[in-house]
Ligand binder design. Structure first.
Ligand SMILES: C[S@@+](CC[C@H](N)C(=O)[O-])C[C@H]1O[C@@H](n2cnc3c(N)ncnc32)[C@H](O)[C@@H]1O
Length: 285
């Protein structure tokens, strides 16, 4: 090490860059839960399947007791439950957990537990969670954008921790609308490469030797001009956007110009980074 080398503390500070743009308070997620659950119904599930297939291939889910932090409506937990020994869903929102429980019951899945907990202040000893899980998992959860959130994950695990984070979310029609309507840039948690970079370096300097796998998905969708106008109006005013909504009429007009007849096509490209690290530190000699 030289005096100029960044330290674990430097990377810990970088973990939080952009965190202010992501909500980590309970009322926000309670209000978002029904919409989040509805949106998941339109998700083809290919990315989530790919992430879980990666964990299965590495053998880390076999007979494992898994904690899913910020589990939401169970997108990952319900998939993981098909391969693991048991899954416990933790989330700050009761409503998110209620959706997850209803879907798990409808799917006939057993062996799941549910706890409402704020990971920012979670007391692992009071919860009986210190070193209690084989795998501690978190996907797109704002509260693991801090050193305390990551260190608490490691402390809850006796074997592996996994953070899943979208690093590229590209949509040709959205990009076109942004350009044409002059929509201001914004922080997008689905297009954040700074966070995984900071996390990998932070873990490395702790001697935890993280691994990174990438799962990617390309799709082409087609819908009517009206459907697209509604969908993108929602997307542009979405929870993490924090920018003014474009006028629906403006959106519709720009979309109509790129449509063929009443049909408009968009190409999507999504890449997620699956960062995993062992709970036990092995400082490089
Ligand atoms: C973007 S959603 C991701 C849900 C799920 N992991 C997925 O990938 O589909 C973020 C989730 O984190 C939860 N969350 C936000 N802040 C939290 C906190 N401080 N403690 C626990 N959960 C939190 C929200 O309620 C929400 O369910």
């Amino acid at each position: 090490m030289t005096a100029e080398d960044p330290t674990a503390e430097d990377y810990a500070a970088l973990l939080a860059v952009g965190a202010h743009a992501e909500a980590d308070h309970r009322a926000f997620w309670e209000a978002a839960a029904d919409g989040y659950h509805r949106a998941r119904r339109h998700d083809d599930g290919v990315l989530a399947d790919g992430v879980v297939a990666h964990l299965v291939a590495r053998g880390i889910l076999t007979d494992a007791r898994v904690l899913d932090i910020g589990a939401g409506t169970g997108r990952y937990a319900l998939r993981i439950a098909r391969h693991a020994g048991g899954v416990h869903l933790a989330d700050v929102s009761d409503r998110m957990l209620a959706h997850a429980r209803a879907d798990a019951e409808a799917a006939g899945l057993t062996g799941l537990g549910y706890t409402r907990v704020d990971w920012t202040t979670a007391d692992l000893d009071a919860l009986g969670w210190r070193g209690a899980f084989d795998v501690v998992f978190a996907s797109m959860v704002p509260v693991v954008r801090s050193r305390a959130g990551i260190d608490r994950m490691t402390a809850a695990s006796r074997a592996w921790c996994v953070v899943n984070r979208t690093i590229r979310r590209h949509d040709t029609l959205a990009r076109h609308l942004e350009r044409e309507l002059g929509l201001p840039g914004r922080y997008d948690p689905g297009n954040d490469r700074a966070y995984p970079r900071a996390l990998v370096n932070y873990l490395w300097l702790q001697g935890r030797l993280p691994t990174v796998a990438y799962v990617e998905h390309r799709t082409t969708t087609a819908c009517s001009v009206d459907e697209a106008a509604q969908r993108y109006a929602r997307a542009f005013t979405s929870v993490d956007g924090g920018r003014a909504a474009p006028e629906h009429g403006d959106l519709r007009e720009v979309i109509r110009r790129v449509a063929t007849g009443d049909e408009v096509v968009a190409e999507h490209h999504e890449v997620t980074a699956v960062i995993s690290w062992p709970a036990r530190a092995e400082p490089p000699s």
